[in-house]
Design a protein around this ligand. Structure first.
Ligand code: NAD
Length: 321
């Protein structure tokens, strides 16, 4: 069995490799070659933590396994990342544990890759202004991955905790882009692509604030009860997701579906657009919305890529298990 420690991962996998792994697995899901098992995610009643398992099997890539982990909101005060996770990969032919891989950086990379894949396939080609809602740990990864997809000339941002906005300004600076903190009216009016990546349980962005032609990637809602945008905005948009079952149960679409504003059948898999079986954006004026719920297969795909790289470079630790 191989172990790839968290600290070794940054030097092994790039944002580009994560993008390729996630795009391929979304395509495999839409072809029916890969499927996720039901998610377990619970408030454990300790440390305000949410904990659970995401798992699945990719028959094409022979990736079988799970990510165990969750969200501990008090970790930042301890100098730790709020998300803590570990990926376990199993041999699809024997069931033996093949690898244990640190999952923290991989979670950020695969989540950023998902919204980036949605921008590649759904945003207008002439998108110039990127709007960020959220300024936590994941937001920097999201902004960097988004910047790979379109020729943005400006980033604007809003956060519930304004003191955190310096992260967005610093990341935009790294990318050579100007940054401006704005209110939500301006964010909706000016942004061509909007990424929301918060822990919110109440809608932040309203349907009336978003202009035609915008692409929105809702990335924060991954648990029952969470919500980042008004259900009316979901109803107004052409909606895509990583996995429909998660979208309606733990994703952003849970609220619009529960309110009867959209039918489950109106939610499309992003993988279908990648495979060319769904046309994607229908017009320059359409609002497209990607509900990125975060599927176990994304974790397995990037972890498997890391294990291969770590073995090839002699970094993976082999143990008798
Ligand atoms: P973080 O703790 O570093 O940052 C939290 C963010 O949410 C900050 O911008 C904060 O200001 C904002 N926030 C907190 N309380 C809020 C409230 N009541 N209303 C509005 N905003 C609020 O977290 P992070 O690591 O950046 O992750 C952000 C979110 O993304 C988390 O909710 C996490 O569960 C989710 N996430 C989703 C996926 C996925 O695949 N979809 C993957 C990883 C993380």
């Amino acid at each position: 069995m191989w172990i790839v420690p968290e600290a070794k991962i940054a030097d092994l996998i790039t944002a580009e490799a994560s993008f390729a792994a996630v795009e391929a697995v979304f395509a495999a899901m839409a072809r029916g070659d890969a499927y996720n098992f039901p998610v377990i995610r619970e408030a454990i009643g300790h440390g305000d933590a949410l904990y659970g398992f995401k798992s699945g099997f990719d028959r094409a890539g022979l990736n079988l396994g799970l990510k165990s982990g969750g969200y501990w909101p008090g970790n930042a005060n301890k100098g730790l990342t709020n998300h803590q996770s570990t990926v376990f990969l199993f041999d699809a032919d024997t069931g033996q544990c093949r690898a244990v891989v640190g999952g923290n950086l991989l979670t950020a990379l695969r989540t950023a890759a998902a919204s980036s894949v949605s921008i590649k396939h759904l945003a207008r080609q002439d998108a110039r202004v990127l709007g960020m809602i959220g300024a936590g740990h994941q937001s920097a990864f999201q902004m960097r991955a988004a910047a790979q997809q379109r020729n943005f000339d400006k980033v604007i941002g809003w956060n519930y905790h304004p003191e955190m906005l310096s992260r967005l300004a610093d990341t935009a600076g790294e990318l050579g882009l100007p940054f401006e903190a704005v209110d939500l009216d301006r964010l909706g009016a000016e942004a061509d692509v909007i990424i929301s990546i918060t822990s919110s349980f109440d809608p932040i962005l309203k349907a009336s604030q978003v202009t035609p032609g915008t692409h929105i990637a809702c990335m924060g809602t991954d648990t029952k009860g969470k919500q980042e945008v008004e259900a009316e905005l979901v109803a107004k948009a052409s909606v895509f997701t990583d996995e429909v079952a998660q979208s309606v149960s733990i994703g952003e679409c849970q609220h619009a579906v529960a309110a009867g504003l959209i039918a489950e059948g109106a939610i499309n898999e992003l993988g279908a657009v990648i495979n060319g079986t769904h046309p994607g954006r229908g017009s320059q004026d359409e609002i497209t919305l990607f509900d990125g719920t975060g599927v176990g297969l994304q974790d397995l795909a990037v972890a498997a890529a890391v294990v291969d790289l770590a073995i090839a470079r002699g970094i993976a630790v082999e143990v008798d298990f």
